[in-house]
Design a protein around this ligand. Structure first.
Ligand SMILES: Cc1cc2nc3c(=O)[nH]c(=O)nc-3n(C[C@H](O)[C@H](O)[C@H](O)COP(=O)(O)OP(=O)(O)OC[C@H]3O[C@@H](n4cnc5c(N)ncnc54)[C@H](O)[C@@H]3O)c2cc1C
Length: 386
């Protein structure tokens, strides 16, 4: 390990996404010696943004920052997350097999728009018959309980089969409530949090600003077999990496990955775009990808060009934890956490979406980074583990 600090208390932070960057910065500001180890050549993790022919785009998928947590908001804003934004979702649906072109509707579905569809009489009957409390047995039961079978088929079923590579009945209902709903109030803004931002250059510059004073080694994956090196210089380690890969035992946890195909599209004017909105879901099985993403809608960048990405699910990558009704992967992850703690003299802390195997947004990743920094400081006050 080159460039790592030598004087205690010293903390290694593995991973420079939101969780690792936040923990690293707060520990640095509290006076710890901190060194970040990041596998990629740049910081940012899944929230990373890049530039293609001058156009800002998101190679790992679209990232809208929204939160109701004042401390998280203040931290992000202090580092440049300052541009208010209000995201409105869109979905392109085919009403039946004879619907050649389909139509673009709001996401979540808006009752006002649905009234104009030929399917409305069936939808209306089903909405009137919804149970007071949707079943939480599995994802399919929950969705049908919230919107009825017709809307479930139009908006959810095909998308879920494509996105997760399995039937909605095989998925947990746990991640559904925050992401699903039927709108009757005409409000098209997707998120209901107090604050919502989209920086003009995406999240990249903000995360780099968080990490600015913290030394780091980039472009090098760190796995558990490096513990002896790390123990030479660090008292504690914060791990934000996926734990099956960290232990070099791929396959012990299930993940779902996406392949994002981004292409530059020339357009005539600086305000022109190529698709209907920032994100357009494609729930139909007729379309091989799950959605298009055109970040220019969110950045408001004025440039005679744009980048449109198509997201193809099923790639060999760790984008999404797979939450099944029996919670087998969460149990597996807890087992790997115990094993890793036993494998080193350092105090070990797990933080973020991958190491906690947790389907979380950026604001929660930041909150976990904050909580983790507090825990590390409390633990180091009691002395390094030997
Ligand atoms: C497609 C997609 C869309 C999303 N959309 C949104 C959205 O709109 N709004 C929102 O708030 N959230 C969104 N999220 C969630 C958001 O990406 C995460 O909450 C956030 O990025 C989690 O940050 P993290 O630091 O925990 O993990 P990550 O961002 O994944 O960072 C982990 C870092 O660790 C590094 N790493 C991994 N293994 C190693 C290793 N062995 N050694 C060294 N480094 C390693 C990785 O390279 C990475 O940089 C989305 C996620 C995905 C996948």
């Amino acid at each position: 390990m080159t460039g790592a600090p030598t004087g205690p208390p010293s903390v290694a932070v593995i991973g420079a996404g939101w969780a690792g960057a936040t923990a690293a910065r707060l520990l640095h500001d509290a006076g710890c010696g901190v060194h970040v180890y990041e596998a990629a050549r740049v910081a940012g993790g899944h929230s990373r943004s890049e530039v293609l022919n001058g156009v800002v785009y998101e190679p790992e998928g679209p990232h809208i920052f929204h939160t109701s947590d004042q401390r998280v908001r203040d931290f992000a804003v202090r580092h440049g997350m300052g541009r208010p934004y209000a995201h409105c979702g869109l979905t392109h649906v085919f009403l039946d097999d004879d619907d050649e072109h389909g139509r673009t509707l709001s996401w979540p579905p808006q009752v006002d728009e649905l009234r104009g569809l030929p399917l409305w009489p069936a939808i209306e009957r089903e909405l009137a018959a919804l149970p007071e409390h949707p079943s939480t047995r599995d994802f399919a039961s929950y969705c049908v309980g919230v919107m009825g079978p017709t809307l479930y088929r139009l908006f959810i079923e095909g998308y879920t089969v494509k996105q997760w590579g399995r039937r909605p009945e095989e998925l947990s209902a746990r991640f559904a409530p925050g992401r699903l709903g039927l709108r009757t109030d005409g409000v098209r803004r997707l998120f209901r949090d107090t604050w919502e931002f989209f920086p003009a250059e995406g999240a990249q510059g903000v995360i780099e600003s968080v990490l600015r004073p913290v030394p780091g080694t980039f472009g090098e994956e760190v796995t558990a077999d490096r513990f002896p090196d790390l123990e030479e210089v660090h008292d504690a380690v914060v791990i934000t990496a996926p734990l099956d890969a960290f232990l070099r035992r791929p396959g012990e946890l299930e993940w779902r990955g996406i392949r994002t195909v981004s292409r530059y599209v020339p357009v005539d004017g600086p305000e022109e775009t190529a698709t209907a909105g920032y994100i357009v879901n494609q729930p139909s099985l007729r379309v091989p990808y799950t959605r298009t993403v055109e970040t220019k809608h969110a950045t408001g960048q004025r440039i005679a060009g744009t980048v449109v990405a198509e997201e193809y699910p099923g790639a060999d990558a760790r984008h999404y934890p797979v939450l099944t009704p029996d919670e087998r992967n969460e149990r597996g992850n807890a087992r790997l956490q115990r094993e890793i703690r036993e494998a080193t003299r350092m105090r070990v802390f797990f933080c973020g979406r991958l190491a906690n195997y947790d389907y979380i947004n950026q604001d929660v990743a930041i909150a976990q980074g904050m909580a983790c920094a507090d825990e590390v400081l409390a633990a180091l006050r009691t002395g390094p583990r030997v």
